[in-house]
Unconditional design. Structure first.
Lengths: 635, 635
């Protein structure tokens, strides 16, 4: 084998598995809480600084504009102005369209592109995020609130509820940030969001068929079956001229987008194109709306529920978009701080006639491509929108619904990312399943059904993963001391008389009984195999604990049961490489004494060597092995 | 270092990390489903058997009595009769007491000790489980149903709802078993059940103060504050004679139990003691009750909800108890099969005037200690109960409430296992927290609140563990090729210029952004440290993937981001020992090409050797390292 020197070296003075030094309980607790709630360690730079520096750092932390404003220069400003005007030209038609999705007056969409971006510019940590209202939460608002209050029959109450929902969305977002619970958003996986957004975009497009076909009556349901029934039941009322106009405009929009992708300088055309369709709007900037927050309404719980659900979706989109562009430009985004910024921006918005806003992907991508340098582009955009509100609105005429519908469809088609879905299928089938389920939930059920399906599927995945960890048998890689999965490595060969089981997950209550079941099945199968062959009888079971990051009391009971099962079959159990946390708990629960300290090894290789040594010594002495012999006695 | 030979050997013809051979999608899917739903592989013994053998094995699988009946002998029978009579003497008073907890007529408790044990004897796979009604689900039934139907004002409707709830409990249990969803019960961790049971026992004891103090009026709430208020507001109505009698009887019961623990032969006295208190009961065995199942009642949903909640608690207790004794006697219990047995037994019970039954711990322990050999002891018990029902009931007199209360308190005090709670505190603080939370939830809130708290805490633990995995830095163990946590091993020393980060969990959407954050913080800290020292500059980051059992698409994006972050700081990222599943996905997503195949090593040791080789070669050639150099080019 060529390892004789090694056996010698390892078995004589090998390193014992250490139990980490005990830490006081409070210290452990504090470090765990810190790791859970402050994974980015925001206090790091405050350490060892004088008080004045600490205060100025603290202010810069909460109001990032103080951090970068002193370094702002004219070069940056020029770039930001260009980018700001570009996104304003996108924000105006999009704001109007999405307000329509939420069944709100068009001007609310413009208001929402004025105050919130200003607030975000002070507090936000992303340089590229462009703030505004977005399609999916808009649709969700009308779906959730519209069930209780008809926006056409009772527009004032509906508007009040929308502002109230926005207020609670802001409060919820800011609280998540203050309580450092940002990781809740992480539980909406990429696949979930992909499917959910795709489904919502499909639903939004389907709804636009009303405008494109010039229909007057339309279903209030959002699922595809109701929409199709509604459309095909009134075929005689289709207005073909409206359809042709809509398709042409849509084609024009898609064409400009196609060219802008081919050649970035065409972005201007793509961004400006929707501008040709702005219609008549009320003059004047945002009126205050704090007196309209309906805290004593009978629909308060509905408003709170709508606020919480839409705020999570908005957060997930805004943070994901912000992070993507931050990585492209190599700076960091603090999720919790972003949540506070989003939250305060929405609270302020709800008091100034705005509804829910976040950082939409399309607008941010345009902002980035137009060369923005800092969040000042948001201020420029807001100023442009303000000027529009103050002076330009009377210049515009009535916009046909068909044009707004085309704008929405063009934006939505970009959101349905089927290439990403195909990639999911190729790389991870379960992720694809999650994605498709939430898509189907949205399109065939409703936006809420899709959301519930998506969250449930994501949670199920986490639970299933914890409940059913992988275990596999290890074999020796030739010419090394390394042991690896026999399934993965064709060259790995099993060791006669020794079964090495690798447990590939922490041992928790949720998987303890499964692991017990699975390990005894591995032993059964191995004994079966060796009964039919002429190989040496199975005598040792090595549990490779390298990947067992933690263990709880149920897990320790499981190990004790495995030990008992093995004892009854006259098998010896060895542990290889248990981690610090595991060793601590095994020690406290006295399992180390149960199994015997001398049967715990630093590596699988050392454990196998110990087994082989005894096997050989005993073969020499007698045929039957004394299972109580310890390697240390013999070596 | 003494490892020169090794470096040579490893770097020249070292084993590459293999991507496991691709499996067809359907095969992977089938094997995953099988591992999830059939972890015990029940079909194993059916393989390669003739059809007739298969049929007989199948029958034995579903009706285990066919398996062991042919081997049954007179020795077994003698032991089972003694054990059966012993548990019957416990079952009669306990049945009456617990029926009282559920606000049911006492005789229902006796009925429940007749039919269900008979059914279980045919279908169950445990040899020692003694079947009967139990305290906690009884209390839950009266708490959940009593809110809607007053058992004293409307006893018939209440009884119908109890039977209906029992029916649905049975259907739910059997479906869980048939659908192989037994693992749902695993999510109630040991700590959760410990706290929940302790809390429920406390609540039950508090309720018995009504009987002990001889009070007529009593609160319908179960929380400790309401009970205390109710008791101390009517101090003038306390009947001291009743209190004294109750305490004496309780003392007698505890004394006999104490002696039976000291000397197992005293078990008879402990078990017989409660028998002295049986009162007057209606004569005759179970009347049929299937016509009383209230499927069309307006309270049907309440009955279903009660059935589902109580069935899960009953299952958790029954399966945990069965498994504990099976391990003591070295045989296996099939959780899913047990669920089917429990389910069918409760469906049958609901049609024969029984309410929810399971395998209670106290009765099973007595059964085991009385020396039972097979489940025939249940048949003997059922027969004894039947004889009591047919002939003996008129002999007994009215039993004072105070005696029943004492019996219940004595049984409940055994359930409150504070030693186990202390052990939890010592071994695992979070488990202790879960246990205490569910205890407090039950005692200060209600049984349902406690249950919700307990399940939520258990789920939170799983989610937190997935969301916040451990990462740590590895160092070299002297005189070996092994790298281990610097925190755990005091002898481990870090390698200059190389940062080795061990990721101790699968990389999923739920932890991807945390890990990105944490890894970049490790790099920051390492660069900080090396800036202040005179050591060699940080140039390599090795990610030890040994414990990364799986990765999803969000995880792969995370690795890509880490790669980009490292690139920007002119650091080279290496992977050590990615597992089969991970390699497959890294390959499909082209991440292997991104990082470069030559930067993936089988062990941390090999990765470090490669880094060191380049560091030394380059130091020799120039001061600045060309980060595009691959080790294979150089070696």
């Amino acid at each position: 084998m060529g390892n004789a020197d090694f056996d010698h070296q390892y078995s004589h003075h090998h390193q014992r598995v250490e139990i980490p030094p005990p830490k006081p309980f409070l210290k452990t607790l504090m470090s765990n809480v810190k790791e859970t709630l402050f994974p980015d360690d925001p206090f790091r730079k405050f350490k060892n600084q004088p008080l004045s520096k600490k205060i100025s750092l603290g202010l810069q932390y909460f109001v990032p504009i103080l951090d970068w404003a002193p370094r702002y220069n004219f070069q940056f400003f020029k770039a930001d102005v260009i980018a700001g005007i570009t996104i304003a030209s996108l924000a105006i038609p999009q704001g109007i369209s999405y307000a329509g999705l939420a069944n709100l007056p068009p001007v609310i969409g413009l208001y929402s592109s004025f105050v919130p971006p200003m607030i975000y510019a002070m507090l936000g940590s992303s340089k590229h995020l462009a703030i505004g209202n977005v399609a999916v939460p808009s649709l969700l608002i009308s779906a959730m609130l519209g069930k209780f209050v008809n926006p056409h029959e009772n527009p004032n109450l509906y508007l009040q509820l929308v502002f109230t929902a926005t207020f609670f969305a802001g409060v919820f977002q800011a609280s998540l940030g203050f309580l450092r619970l940002g990781f809740i958003v992480d539980f909406l996986s990429h696949a979930t969001i992909l499917g959910f957004m795709g489904g919502a975009a499909t639903v939004v497009c389907l709804q636009q068929l009303k405008g494109i076909l010039g229909l007057v009556q339309f279903t209030h349901q959002t699922d595809i079956l109701s929409v199709m029934r509604s459309i095909f039941s009134q075929m005689h009322q289709w207005r073909w001229e409206s359809g042709v106009l809509g398709c042409c405009f849509l084609f024009f929009l898609l064409l400009t987008r196609y060219f802008s992708k081919k050649k970035p300088t065409f972005f201007w055309i793509s961004a400006m194109a929707p501008l040709t369709s702005i219609g008549y709007l009320k003059k004047g900037i945002n009126p205050p709306s704090y007196s309209q927050l309906a805290f004593s309404s009978q629909y308060l719980t509905i408003a709170i529920k709508t606020g919480v659900v839409t705020s999570v979706i908005a957060l997930a989109e805004g943070i994901a978009v912000g992070r993507s562009f931050a990585i492209l430009e190599n700076y960091d985004i603090d999720g919790n701080k972003e949540m506070i910024a989003f939250g305060l921006m929405n609270i302020a918005g709800s008091c100034t006639s705005c509804y829910l806003t976040t950082g939409p992907f399309s607008r941010t991508a345009v902002n980035f491509n137009a060369g923005c340098k800092t969040v000042v582009s948001n201020i420029v955009m807001a100023t442009a929108v303000m000027i529009t509100l103050l002076f330009l609105t009377p210049l515009f005429h009535y916009t046909p619904l068909v044009v707004l519908s085309s704008i929405i469809i063009a934006a939505m088609l970009g959101i349905i990312d089927y290439n990403a879905a195909i990639r999911l299928w190729k790389v991870d089938k379960y992720d694809f399943l999650v994605c498709v389920s939430s898509y189907i939930g949205v399109v065939f059920g409703s936006v809420e059904v899709g959301l519930i399906v998506a969250v449930a599927m994501s949670l199920l995945r986490v639970l299933l993963f914890v409940a059913r960890p992988k275990t596999f048998v290890l074999g020796k890689i030739p010419n090394s001391m390394t042991y690896r999965s026999i399934e993965q490595y064709s060259v790995a060969s099993s060791v006669p008389g020794v079964l090495i089981i690798h447990i590939d997950a922490p041992i928790y209550f949720a998987n303890a009984s499964y692991l017990r079941e699975r390990i005894s099945r591995w032993i059964d199968e191995e004994e079966e195999k060796q009964r039919t062959s002429t190989e040496i009888e199975l005598q040792y079971v090595i549990l490779d604990m390298s990947a067992v990051g933690n263990i709880d009391t149920s897990g320790i009971s499981m190990l004790e049961e495995v030990k008992r099962i093995a004892d009854r079959r006259c098998l010896k159990v060895l542990l290889a490489n248990p981690g610090g946390e595991v060793m601590k708990k095994l020690d406290k629960s006295n399992f180390i004494d149960t199994i015997g300290k001398e049967w715990i090894y630093l590596t699988v290789g050392e454990a196998v060597n110990a087994c082989n040594y005894i096997l050989q010594t005993c073969k020499f002495q007698s045929k039957r092995i004394d299972s109580s012999a310890t390697p240390d006695d013999n070596v």
